[in-house]
Write a protein that binds this ligand. Structure first.
Ligand code: UGA
Length: 438
């Protein structure tokens, strides 16, 4: 299959390389020349384990290239929309301007055989409106929705070996048959490997994605709400998570209490879902997601307050070491990062904050000039009055409490991700606090 990915961010670039790796001819399109140059040289514009290897191999195979010229799309059949849908600057809804621009840029170059496939996370109703947009431009190109479920840090694996594949097909039978035929060919190896395939209409496919992310966000906020109760009672949230997770109706995943969820997906997706419910006149249906968001935000402020108390009630003149800036390990993505929120808030309250992150240091340095950046945890913690572990990188989970104690000013550790062994840290002389654990 000849495939273009429109948008070469996280989703599009990984998708392009992965689809080329299974034998398709792929063209990655993006408006950002620097990104396209990097990708054509086999350089990943973001940190993603395993991506550069797949990218280089796909480029070497001759089946993958990247371009900023949409006219190059004319020779391709399946056009996959992979652009971002960030939160609007001044409202809770999703900004669809990149999706609209992607379709508009494709329109002049769509061949008679072409199909358009949407992969971006969008509010329900978007696929229908894009189909109308194509028709209004005089194109009868069939369109289907095919949401992605990749996690940063596992993006290649999730693209090549997904849990499930979802098709949202058009109502018109010929268009449904055509898009399905293209999708089946694109995913032939995954389907041959018995990956479950779920088929519905546009609205269903769009809602599968936002429902999945909302459920995951709810699970995290649920356990974080329980952590709040644990803090008031002396119970241990990690033991509770283990015990309820053993019920296979609940399951153990996404029950890690801590400073909550961030990133470019969960926070904006629950807000866009609520905004869309409001537009549809069913605001109350998703009222609980407001609380999911509130719990999540409260955990961040809880860490700030806990740190201030530990420092005797003020941040002024204190040195605070922050371990982690990315929203999760194995990523350099700092969008909506709880770690960076906490670091910035503490800095704004008068502390000297030194951040270190195995992958996001350059980004922090460029984007947050008020935060100092250190090479590693030992450099960040040197002379610090308190240390906060906010992203659970392996490097931090494996820190030696005895060695870190030798460089720190005051041995106080707040473990925002509940990943350190309390007994080991306390035995090494640390005042150790975590989230919802005694
Ligand atoms: C999320 C979904 O997990 C993917 O399935 C989806 O495809 C993707 O969004 C997307 O919409 O594109 P991602 O944003 O990469 O993927 O991150 P997650 O692994 O879901 O983690 C999100 C946040 O939740 C992180 O900040 C993480 O630290 C936090 N988290 C996760 C917890 O606080 N506790 C947990 O138990 C699990």
């Amino acid at each position: 299959m000849r495939i273009t990915t429109v948008g070469c961010g996280y989703l599009g670039a990984v998708y392009a390389a992965s689809m080329a790796s299974i034998g398709h001819e792929v063209l990655g399109l993006d408006v950002d020349q620097a990104k396209i140059d990097d990708l054509n040289r086999g350089v990943a514009p973001f940190h993603e384990p395993g991506f550069e290897k797949v990218l280089t191999e796909a480029l070497d195979s001759g089946r993958l290239r990247f371009s900023t010229d949409y006219a190059d799309a004319a020779d391709y059949t399946a056009h996959v929309l992979c652009v971002g849908t960030p939160q609007l600057i001044d409202a809770a809804g999703a900004d669809l301007s990149y999706v609209h621009a992607a379709v508009d840029s494709l329109i002049p170059h769509l061949s008679d055989e072409a199909v358009v496939l949407g992969r971006s996370t969008v509010p329900v109703g978007t696929a229908e409106s894009l189909r109308d947009r194509l028709r209004a431009a005089g194109k009868d190109t069939p369109l289907a929705w095919n949401p992605e479920f990749l996690r940063e840090g596992f993006a290649v694996e999730d693209t090549l070996r997904p849990d499930r594949i979802v098709y949202g097909l058009p109502e018109e039978p010929d268009e449904a048959a055509r898009t399905r035929e293209i999708l089946d060919e694109m995913y032939a190896p995954m389907l041959a490997a018995d990956t479950p395939l779920v088929v519905g209409n546009y609205a269903t496919a769009e809602l599968v994605k936002v429902s999945a992310n909302s459920f995951l966000a709810t699970k995290i906020s649920f356990i974080n709400a329980v952590a709040e109760i644990c803090e008031a009672t002396g119970a241990d949230v990690s033991v509770i998570a283990e015990a309820i997770g053993l019920d296979d109706r609940i399951g153990p995943k996404f029950l890690r209490a801590g400073i909550g969820f961030g990133g470019g997906c969960l926070p904006k997706d629950i807000r866009a879902f609520m905004a869309r419910a409001g537009e549809l006149g069913v605001t109350e249906a998703l009222g609980f997601l407001r609380e999911v968001d509130n719990v999540n935000n409260r955990r961040r402020d809880h860490v700030v307050n806990t740190a201030r108390q530990a420092l005797g009630g003020t941040f002024t003149g204190k040195r605070v070491a922050v371990l982690g800036a990315a929203f999760k390990p194995d990523s350099d993505d700092t969008r909506q990062s709880p770690a960076l929120y906490i670091a910035s808030k503490i800095s704004g309250r008068g502390a000297d904050v030194v951040v270190t992150d195995p992958a996001a240091n350059a980004r922090v340095h460029a984007e947050r000039p008020n935060l100092a950046v250190a090479e590693d945890a030992y450099a960040a913690a040197a002379g610090a009055d308190i240390v906060l572990l906010l992203t659970e990188w392996r490097e931090f989970k494996e820190l030696d409490p005895v060695r870190l104690r030798e460089v720190v000013g005051t041995p106080t550790m707040i473990d925002g991700r509940n990943v350190l062994d309390p007994a080991a840290w306390r035995a090494a002389g640390w005042t150790y606090r975590s989230m919802g654990r005694p």
